[in-house]
Ligand binder design. Structure first.
Ligand code: NAD
Ligand code: UD1
Length: 336
């Protein structure tokens, strides 16, 4: 049966794609976002894609009074909690901001949910909780750690959820560990749209393709990988969004909490991704070899088998589709 789902951070990159996937699956969704990292026109674009009005509450997820109003005004059956600060490098400079928004946001939300009698939650975690993985591909049972305050907040949120879940059997909590989400919606109307410096690989490569930056700085070519550059498990954001719908379905059907990796199980190097983006654009994109980035690791690839067995989730789209959809989005955005 269709649920009304509250999406905190629903105007952001992953939240907006999940909004579309939920509607396509027969659910409805309400967005809470403070637009600190989202464009003001995302709700209009979601209306165009889904063909129905979008209900948006503009405000902070730490605002308990606002959360109470949202639960009072809507029959919310579940929450997907995307709202967070997510730049690992920035978190080293501003750890308190990350603790305030990421930990304070989660606890405010959990309190409001309990008050409202809503106990189904899907949480955005990250492969960052694996730190430097010892076993590849990484299973969910791998030891957890963190390398920066952002990673600390994701690990702490997981632990908060474990303790809250254990305190009351009514809670049904999904912890989804995303690997590297990239790409954009097939409409080219929504996608990843960094409000400031593009820290992650694909947004930076997109700016090289647009001519906004001269060349990609490849952070090290002396890693112990097949071509010496870092290897990651890139997952198309539309596949990732579908994973949320399947996880929600599992929560509703079984009431069972679960923690799963959302990745493809295949790794691509920086140079392989650059080549894939070049194929999407139709020309080779320039790069220079730069020093390693502090805190980086050689290789992170998901073991996706638990998500397949438990949820029936398998990523379907490959790197060419990821890069082509990113390019379609950023080139359309450049042209207004
Ligand atoms: P995003 O920044 O595009 O989306 C987050 C949204 O939350 C934004 O729209 C922002 O305006 C909103 N927001 C931030 N602080 C808020 C607050 N205090 N109150 C209300 N809204 C607030 O990021 P994303 O890539 O869509 O990430 C979503 C979630 O997934 C985050 O929790 C992030 O940590 C996690 N995650 C992302 C990645 C990734 O590579 N994108 C990887 C792993 C995990
Ligand atoms: C980053 C975050 C991590 C977060 C993850 C998913 C850091 C240190 N880590 O990790 O916390 O969970 O994104 O959002 O920011 N690269 C370049 N040049 C660039 C940018 C990246 O060579 O300009 C390389 C990196 O060294 C890495 C790969 O590209 O090998 C992917 O980098 P990135 O997109 O930043 O993702 P992660 O390193 O996985």
């Amino acid at each position: 049966m269709g649920q009304t789902v509250l999406l905190t951070g629903g105007a952001g990159y992953i939240g907006s794609h999940t909004f579309v996937a939920l509607r396509a699956a027969g659910h409805d969704a309400v967005v809470l976002d403070n637009f600190s990292n989202a464009r003001a026109d995302v709700p209009d674009r979601l209306e165009v894609i889904t063909g129905a009005p979008v209900r948006v509450y503009r405000g902070d997820v730490r605002d308990g009074a606002l959360l109470a109003r949202i639960f009072a005004e809507n029959a919310i059956g579940a929450v997907i909690h995307f709202a967070a600060l997510k730049a690992a490098g920035e978190s080293v400079e501003k750890p308190l901001d990350y603790m305030d928004v990421n930990l304070g946001g989660l606890t405010a939300l959990l309190k409001a949910m309990r008050e409202a009698g809503c106990f189904r939650l899907v949480f955005s975690s990250s492969a960052t909780v694996y730190g430097t993985p010892e076993v590849l591909p990484v299973p969910e049972t791998a030891p957890r750690g963190y390398a920066n305050p952002y990673g600390f907040t994701k690990l702490a949120c997981e632990q908060i959820l474990e303790q809250v879940g254990a305190s009351d059997p009514r809670w049904a909590i999904a912890t989804l560990r995303y690997f590297n989400p990239v790409g954009a919606h097939s409409s080219a109307l929504i996608g990843e749209d960094p409000q400031d410096f593009p820290n992650n690989l694909v947004p930076f490569v997109a700016e090289v393709a647009l001519g906004k930056r001269a060349a990609l700085n490849v952070f090290g070519d002396d890693w112990a990988t097949r071509d010496g550059t870092g290897v990651r498990d890139y997952i198309h954001v539309e596949d990732l969004a579908r994973g949320h719908v399947m996880s929600l379905g599992h929560l509703v059907e079984t009431g069972q909490s679960h923690t799963v990796n959302l990745g493809t199980g295949r790794g691509y190097s920086v140079l392989e991704m650059l080549a894939a983006y070049g194929r999407a654009v139709g020309r080779d994109l320039p790069h220079v070899i730069a020093p390693r980035r502090p805190g980086d690791v050689a290789e992170v690839v998901a073991d996706p088998s638990k998500a397949a067995a438990l949820l029936g989730f398998r990523a379907e789209r490959g790197v060419d589709e990821m890069c082509a959809s990113s390019w379609a989005f950023v080139s359309r955005r450049r042209n207004g």
